[in-house]
Design a protein around this ligand. Structure first.
Ligand code: FAD
Length: 517
């Protein structure tokens, strides 16, 4: 018994000394960070904005926000925390434009690096046979578009919304209507500069440090902070023919989409969306789209039905208008949409690419932008998309939706299986994006709880039906779920983590690994 007492007392002493050590470490953190010699600066007071994101549901306050002016600011900070060893609780989250949905760019009591402060080095465009642009990891895609257009060039693969950073989208994939042809944004990068979890600055590409290069692409910020990227460019068009046609039958709609994403496709962008129970829809479109046949279009009644809208774009320069019109007519004649529902619009290339920003400004002016966004993004194998649509659009969401629902196929051959992103095992798979907005404090069908319940039902259906679905912009709360998400690729992911960020300092908001303390 004396021995036990002694052991107990020892344990208490040991544990309390650990607590003191950890607390001491913790209270010393700001002053230890203050000793770093930086071009930029730390902010220890104004940190609230770094605890927010577009999802508007998770808020974790960091201890400090770094506003880096140079890459060495980022490297010095991460290295300092790496050298503190496993006993410090400190983690580091790179924050792009904070458009994550569930706190992925946040660091609870850690350091958030405000990547947009990293202005330099200045964007540099290289013209020539394989044109590219060198950009900072914190650069917004909209700025890259404006700069590259000065040289008649532009990136090939986009997201639907351009006010996102290079580091943020390359950590996921970056998918939009061009991906069927060019692959996601992570398939259009030549080189990266990365600060690893040990604070080392490493240049990587297909040829140089290729394992790090592939790890970081789609790597959810787990292996390094992207400080620079070299993005492949193409000749930019001036104008875009933007087309929408409607279907009542999902299978007809998706078969047409699959036909269109073949290698010889006339179109440069192919997406689609679901319209549930909307009235006056076609009248709303008329402000920006013209029906080809206004008499017939006025007879089409959308009320109360679930419709599927195929959205296409063809890039062109004004001098080719006639040829392009003919090509479009030919392609459309091979599709099975409802003939009276052909809507056309012609806009500049910038207007087309920056189209979601127009909606953002409208929503902001009505106070509807900064609301909770319980989004759900799924990648679904082609062979199971009909079953998915039948249950989800025919049953779970038969009466209402709380925001756009995008549905479009992409070709797996345009994705590189050495990157970290996880995709379904079929040659063609669909992105289905439920982009819901919740009305704050509503308890009805437009409230957060209801939408989350619907999302859960969708995920449960996918699981029970064994559809082989993967989440895009994935979010899980346990490591077992992450393991299931990665499947056979989990081991490689873990091994890459132990190579590039062994203390699990980086991107704690993804909740995949926990820093050992
Ligand atoms: P953040 O939210 O700041 O960061 C995202 C993750 O990346 C975090 O884990 C963060 O730590 C990490 N990270 C950030 N910067 C770096 C860096 N430099 N190096 C390493 N890791 C870093 N996605 C699509 O694919 N296609 C779309 O069409 C699309 N449309 C969208 C439209 C809207 C309105 C919104 C809000 C999002 C959309 N997204 C789309 C999702 C978007 O790509 C991701 O949410 C992306 O992460 C947001 O970029 P961000 O710069 O805000 O990143």
């Amino acid at each position: 018994p004396l021995n036990m007492l002694f052991l107990g007392a020892f344990m208490i002493l040991f544990l309390s000394s650990m607590t003191v050590r950890i607390n001491l470490c913790f209270s010393n953190i700001p002053s230890s960070l203050k000793t770093l010699d930086l071009d930029g600066h730390f902010d220890f007071d104004e940190v609230q904005h770094a605890a927010r994101d577009f999802g508007n549901r998770y808020q974790f306050l960091p201890l400090a926000v770094l506003h880096p002016k140079s890459i060495s600011d980022i490297a010095a900070t991460v290295k300092h925390i790496w050298e503190m060893g496993p006993h410090s609780e400190l983690t580091v989250a790179a924050r792009g434009h904070g458009h994550s949905l569930q706190g992925q760019a946040q660091a609870h009591r850690g350091v958030v690096i405000n990547m947009e402060s990293l202005q330099g080095p200045k964007m540099h465009i290289n013209t020539g046979n394989f044109p590219y642009v060198d950009v900072s990891g914190g650069e917004l895609w909209i700025n890259i578009l404006h700069e590259s257009l000065k040289y008649g060039l532009a990136p090939k693969s986009w997201t639907d919304y351009l006010h996102l950073t290079v580091g943020g989208t390359l950590s996921n994939a970056g998918i939009s209507g061009q991906a069927f042809r060019h692959g996601p944004q992570i398939s259009n990068v030549y080189q990266l500069e990365v600060v690893t979890g040990k604070g080392e600055v490493v240049i990587c590409s297909e040829k140089q440090n290729s394992d790090l290069f592939h790890s970081v692409l789609g790597g959810l910020g787990q292996f390094g902070i992207i400080t620079q990227a070299r993005i492949s460019l193409e000749t930019a068009p001036e104008m875009v023919k933007w087309i929408r046609v409607l279907y009542t039958d999902f299978t007809t709609f998706s078969k047409d989409q699959e036909k269109l994403i073949s290698a010889e496709s006339t179109f440069d962008y192919i997406e689609g969306f679901v319209i549930i129970n909307r009235t006056g829809l076609l009248n709303n479109w008329r402000s920006s789209f013209n029906p080809q046949d206004s008499v017939q279009a006025s007879q089409f009644k959308s009320d109360g039905k679930t419709l599927f809208c195929l959205e296409l774009a063809k890039y062109f320069n004004p001098k080719e208008t006639e040829v392009v019109n003919q090509e479009i007519r030919n392609s459309l004649s091979q599709l099975d949409y409802i003939p009276s529902t052909l809507f056309l619009s012609e806009v500049s290339y910038i207007e087309f690419l920056d189209r979601v920003h127009v909606s953002e400004l409208k929503l902001r002016s009505k106070g509807l932008w900064e609301v909770p966004h319980p989004w759900l993004n799924l990648l679904i194998p082609k062979s199971r998309i009909d079953s998915f649509a039948e249950e989800v659009f025919g049953n779970i969401l038969a009466d209402t939706s709380n925001g756009p629902i995008l549905v479009y196929p992409v070709n797996k051959s345009k994705w590189d299986n050495r990157t970290s992103v996880v995709i379904p095992e079929e040659d063609i798979f669909y992105l289905v994006a439920f982009l819901s907005s919740a009305v704050p404090s509503s308890t009805g069908t437009d409230g957060l709880d209801h939408i989350l319940t619907q999302n859960k039902k969708i995920l449960e259906f996918c699981e029970i039906a064994g559809l082989g679905v993967k989440q895009y912009l994935p979010h899980y709360t346990t490591q077992e779920e992450w393991q299931a998400h990665f499947g056979p690729r989990w081991e490689v992911f873990v091994q890459r983590k132990s190579t590039y960020d062994p203390l699990a300092i980086l991107a704690p908001g993804q909740r995949i690994f926990q820093k050992a303390v």
